[in-house]
Design a protein around this ligand. Structure first.
Ligand SMILES: *Cc1c(COP(=O)(O)O)cnc(C)c1O
Length: 474
């Protein structure tokens, strides 16, 4: 332990910021863009070492301290200069994992995305006439043709879509919404807060568990200029409940000339019931109820990039386009490139090529087959060190969708012991690519639904490495 005199003399030999910046290893990394940042990193690093000295740590002589600080600064500068997004292998079975970027886009967007990113494109110009045109024209045309809507509009996400729609029709008026639908959905989306920011007045009607037509009629009499109905994606109220079917609301809206809007959220463009996923209406059948405006995300079940899609009656969409907020919420060329590429797959009937949809539509038996062969391959690599078997389980679509209708799946269970399970999962997250798994009790579970076939080899390598590291004594 150092005494005070030693601490004082150690503080004296800490280098100045200038001294560190002059050192060759640091100075060679300085350019016009990094100078201020490197100065800040240097100051913070010296401060860190000053605190070490104050806490009594012996850092050695002047040259030693300088070289430690210099190396530390050079390391931080180098790390900052790397792009840090890391590929993740998602073995959780949550298809639309918001923390992992929701819908994976796969090969079906690569060509369009590269074209749009790497050079100039005809974003806002009609090549035939040379005239200026709208950047969203192609995705709007596809959306109209696929959904049957009169018109469409695309903004940054569904939160933005709600902001724009509610502000257009209730910015100086009143939006009526059921108390049972004032939801919070993942990713810090809270409907009440957005409504408060977009409308002059939010009229909450009905109760948490029951709202009936009379409540909506009264709201219209009270001056509601927009009726909003929201899909309560991630929760259900069960028991003594009642809500008004969309068709009845649409009739009311038409009779009173008040637009009726439905925030559907997940963007199911065709009936998924055939795929064994029940309980959710698709956009087309929802539109046929006569609802005026609908909003949904591009990166949920639709399987595309982050975007907020608004479809509905032409006169209402035109009003929204004229709202100056729409300029603040417009999407960029990369989003449009990806969304167009995905919508083209719908148009051609090639939805199996859209990764998120493909994962959702994969059957339990298909997954079980992959789980069996994966387990066999893993057992071959790890021998007797852990118990590996295939068990029944459930995948979830995620992204705040379908909470009560999980998809049946088959899981690869790796029984490794309670404390080792979470340590192994942690070490898998630290790999490159990072691997995300489920943990429960003493086991790790892998759901092959969300693992692409060409990721299986890397997953095997990572698991082998991880299991070998952790299969010693507990
Ligand atoms: C997910 C969701 C939202 C939010 O969508 P973002 O695109 O994430 O902004 C809004 N409403 C519903 C019903 C949703 O499911």
């Amino acid at each position: 332990m150092n005494d005070w005199r030693n601490i004082k003399s150690s503080l004296k030999i800490l280098p100045s910021v200038e001294r560190v910046l002059e050192d060759e290893r640091v100075s060679e990394t300085i350019n016009v863009n990094s100078r201020n940042g490197i100065t800040r990193i240097t100051r913070d690093t010296i401060e860190y070492y000053r605190n070490l000295v104050l806490s009594g740590e012996d850092l050695g002589d002047e040259a030693g301290i300088l070289s430690r600080i210099r190396d530390e600064v050079a390391r931080k500068v180098e790390l900052t200069g790397r792009t840090s997004q890391r590929k993740v292998i998602n073995a959780t079975g949550v298809v639309l994992h918001t923390n992992l970027g929701r819908a994976p886009l796969g090969d079906c967007v690569t060509e369009s995305l590269l074209r749009a990113a790497s050079g100039y494109i005809d974003l806002e110009v009609d090549l035939e006439t040379g005239e200026r045109t709208h950047r969203e024209r192609r995705v709007i045309e596809l959306l109209e043709l696929i959904t049957g809507a009169e018109s469409a509009l695309v903004v940054n996400n569904t939160a933005a879509a709600l902001l724009l729609a509610v502000n257009t029709f209730a910015g100086e008026g009143t939006v009526a919404v059921s108390r049972g639908e004032l939801v919070e959905i993942g990713g810090s989306f809270r409907l009440p807060e957005i409504l408060e920011r977009s409308a002059a007045r939010v009229l909450e009607i009905g109760t948490t568990n029951r709202t009936d037509l009379k409540d909506y009629e009264r709201a219209v009499e009270d001056g509601a200029s927009l009726i909003l109905k929201v899909h309560t994606s991630n929760y259900r109220i069960v028991g003594y409940t009642d809500d008004v079917p969309l068709g009845r609301l649409a009739e009311l809206g038409k009779a009173k000339d008040v637009p009726v809007m439905y925030d559907q959220g997940s963007g199911i463009l065709f009936p998924l019931g055939k795929e064994g996923i029940s309980g959710e209406a698709d956009i087309g059948s929802l539109l046929s109820t006569g609802v005026d405006i609908m909003t949904f995300s591009g990166d949920k079940v639709l399987g595309g990039p982050q975007a907020g899609i608004i479809i509905g009656r032409r006169r209402y969409i035109e009003q929204m386009k004229k709202n100056h907020l729409s300029r603040a919420l417009r999407v960029d060329k990369l989003t449009l490139a990806c969304l167009e590429a995905v919508l083209v797959r719908y148009w051609r009937g090639e939805t199996a090529m859209i990764p998120a949809l493909h994962m959702i539509m994969t059957t339990r038996d298909e997954i079980a087959e992959r789980a069996e062969s994966f387990s066999a391959a893993l057992r071959e690599r790890t021998g007797e060190t852990v118990e590996i078997e295939v068990v029944e389980g459930e995948s979830s679509i995620g992204g705040g969708s379908f909470p009560l209708d999980p998809l049946p799946t088959a899981l690869v269970e790796i029984r490794i012991g309670k404390s080792r399970a979470s340590r192994l999962a942690g070490s898998m997250r630290g790999m490159d690519p990072a691997v995300f798994v489920r943990i429960k009790e003493e086991s790790l579970y892998l759901d092959m639904r969300t693992v692409a076939e060409d990721e299986e080899q890397i997953l095997l390598d990572s698991l082998e490495e991880g299991i070998n590291r952790f299969s010693g004594k507990e």
